[in-house]
Ligand binder design. Structure first.
Ligand code: GSH
Length: 93
């Protein structure tokens, strides 16, 4: 499985935590070892930073450029950190 994230899976002071880190740690806690695809980017200036391969792949998969996005080996796409956390809890490795 591939987990598309922004700049990494580090914690940030954001309320609710860093969405990419939340998704990543939920997957790890459930026993998965996702391939992490750093996609960088900055939504308010999409032309400037959102032209990375990762962001383009995310846009193809989801129609938007927001991460985290999870791509399962069977091609299933799970978008949004909350949905990824729920999926991880429901689908331990
Ligand atoms: N509601 C979303 C919010 C995700 C979010 O804020 N993602 C940030 C990265 S941590 C993002 O993609 N921002 C746009 C950008 O960096 O271009 C979720 O929880 O998945």
């Amino acid at each position: 499985m591939k987990l598309y994230v922004c700049w990494g899976t580090f914690p940030t002071p954001r309320p609710g935590g860093h969405p990419c880190a939340n998704a990543y740690h939920a997957l790890k806690d459930a026993g998965h070892a996702p391939e992490v695809v750093r996609s960088y980017g900055f939504a308010p200036l999409p032309g400037l930073f959102n032209q990375t391969r990762g962001r383009r792949e995310v846009q193809k998969l989801t129609g938007n450029r927001w991460v985290p996005t999870l791509l399962l080996d069977d091609g299933t796409v799970i978008d949004d950190s909350h949905a990824i956390v729920e999926w991880a809890r429901a689908n331990p490795a």
